[in-house]
Design a protein around this ligand. Structure first.
Ligand code: ADP
Length: 515
């Protein structure tokens, strides 16, 4: 009987299920959006039952579409929106509060308070993360403080905490397994990524009882089997990873120095740094890529808050295009942007600038500027931001290499290709421009759903569906390689123009003078 792997991809706006065959081909797919809850300005929540129900529904739907039964599914891999925090009752399974989503800024003040206690340096060393509302720890603290009796109940072991993967796993196993994987744990700001354990000091400071935390396991590991009655038979759960790490794995970036960038609403760059934690001086984050048996891989991560979203703005805000895909034809209709730059600092700028007060701008306008120039500038900005992230990461890696022993020089920047995924990678113009600006090859895989593919690989490795990573490398297929084809002097002029535009977008400019 032919067997398949089921990937559950629980994202911020929708739950998806993709079923893969042993060649990595998608044989069935289902997706369901769910409600976003905004109780106050800057707050974002989801109903945990919506998350679970929509995820279960798409799993069943995908099986039905593929004409598959539980016995056809070798195992399930889970990948998920990271950091989002859920607390539920251990006996009833009922959440005590809505899921507090990664985007939610409600704990900004609490984070400022932690920073004022000079905790940032030591916590960053332990967790790889800056103190920020983005991560789970202060969201969990908020629930324990603000939900009546929550802290007492948690201390008595009556409540459980989990990121979305744990919540799904617990429900899939009928409450039998309360666990997470290292990649998700590394986004909670409670997990020591060097020593691979929950950090008691940090938990004490936050008033979080350890008893409520999930057990942290390998990313490729048989966590349990689905509860009776959920499907028409039991299915093993063989893998878990946070979405960006799953994408890195799904791109088969198994060796150190290999990198992937996801072009979605935002842009996410991750570089595998092997068994080493490459500390950053430019605001990049250290995270755990995955752990499989004795092998642990760390990654350096940076993100651009706005990537493809700038095209959504051109579509919905300025209304100068009808759809994002239309941008490609417009980009190709002009020689260049005519000196126009668009800096999409709508919500400030992340790594390596870290300026929350920066604001977007379009510069270099002339009477000759047309819609195509502005659209092309928006698309090019996606590539410039990747350049900035790679440049920052490589400076960190070079610094690390210089300080380390000779054998560590392998971490020094090389002309390695960049693997790309996400919705905007359908845009050939973007990827060619990315290759030109980076001066290195950009590779688009056949399956651009690399997040779910990564979760499937992790599950299939645990059960022996795929023998080893070598076999998976054979499964992964490139669709197209974009080779750099731009004169280095032209590249440098363009980059200089971009950096001048960014300089103007920083808060030293517009905002200060309007104070
Ligand atoms: P997410 O998972 O973050 O929701 P996706 O990976 O689905 O995002 O990608 C959606 C983003 O890609 C949108 O911001 C959209 O503007 C952009 N996008 C989609 N198609 C194209 C295209 N052909 N060219 C450029 N950008 C595109």
């Amino acid at each position: 009987m032919k067997k398949y792997i089921m990937a559950l991809d629980q994202g911020t706006t929708s739950s998806r299920c993709v079923i893969y065959d042993s060649k990595g081909n998608s044989v069935a797919f289902a997706q369901k959006e769910f409600k976003q809850i905004f109780p106050e300005s800057g707050w974002v929540e989801h109903d945990p039952m919506d998350i679970w129900n929509s995820q279960l529904q798409v799993a069943k739907e995908a099986m039905e579409k593929g004409g598959l039964k539980a016995e056809n599914i070798d195992s399930i891999g889970i990948t998920n929106q990271r950091e989002t925090t859920i607390v539920w009752d251990k006996t009833t399974g009922i959440p005590v509060y809505n899921a507090i989503v990664w985007q939610c800024r409600r704990t900004s003040e609490y984070c400022e308070m932690l920073k004022s206690k000079d905790l940032e340096k030591s916590w960053k060393k332990k967790t790889g993360l800056p103190i920020d509302p983005y991560f789970s720890a202060t969201k969990l603290e908020w629930i324990l403080t603000n939900v009546p009796e929550a802290r007492e109940k948690a201390k008595e072991g009556r409540l459980l905490f989990g990121t979305v993967d744990s919540w799904l796993l617990w429900n899939l196993t009928g409450g039998k397994v309360h666990a997470t994987d290292v990649s998700n744990a590394s986004r909670t700001m409670m997990y020591n990524i060097e020593e691979l354990r929950w950090d008691e000091d940090m938990l004490d400071t936050l008033g979080i009882p350890k008893i409520m935390l999930p057990q942290v396991m390998d990313s490729s590991y048989i966590y349990g089997t689905t509860e009776e009655g959920l499907f028409d038979g039991p299915i093993k759960i063989g893998g878990i990873a946070g979405d960006q790490q799953a994408a890195l794995f799904g791109q088969t970036c198994f060796e150190e120095g290999m990198a992937k960038n996801t072009f979605g609403t935002g842009g996410f760059l991750l570089i595998n740094t092997g068994s080493r934690i490459v500390r950053s001086t430019s605001g990049m984050i250290n995270t755990i890529g995955w752990k499989i048996g004795e092998e642990i891989k760390y990654a350096i991560e940076g993100s651009a808050f706005v990537s493809g979203a700038s095209l959504q703005w051109l579509r919905d805000g300025l209304k100068i295009i009808d759809s994002a895909p239309e941008s490609e034809e417009l980009c190709n209709s002009v020689e260049d942007t005519g000196g126009v730059y668009l800096v999409p600092a709508f919500t400030g700028l992340g790594a390596p600038y870290w300026d929350p007060y920066a604001r977007g701008l379009i510069s270099g306008l002339t009477r000759g500027t047309g819609i195509a120039h502005v659209v092309r500038a928006a698309v090019e900005s996606m590539a410039y931001q990747t350049w900035d992230l790679i440049d920052a990461a490589e400076k960190d890696m070079a610094h690390f290499g210089r300080q380390a022993s000779e054998e560590d020089i392998s971490l020094l920047p090389s002309e390695r290709p960049l693997r790309v995924d996400g919705g905007a990678t359908m845009n050939d113009f973007l990827l060619q421009f990315q290759a030109d600006i980076l001066g290195r090859e950009v590779i688009r895989p056949k399956v651009i759903e690399t997040t779910s593919l990564g979760a499937a690989y992790l599950a299939g490795l645990a059960t022996g569906y795929w023998k080893d990573k070598e076999e998976i490398k054979q499964v992964w297929q490139a669709d197209r390689v974009f080779r750099p084809n731009m004169d280095i002097s032209v590249r440098n002029v363009k980059l200089k123009g971009w950096h001048e535009a960014v300089e103007r977008a920083l808060s030293g400019g517009a905002l200060k003078s309007s104070d």
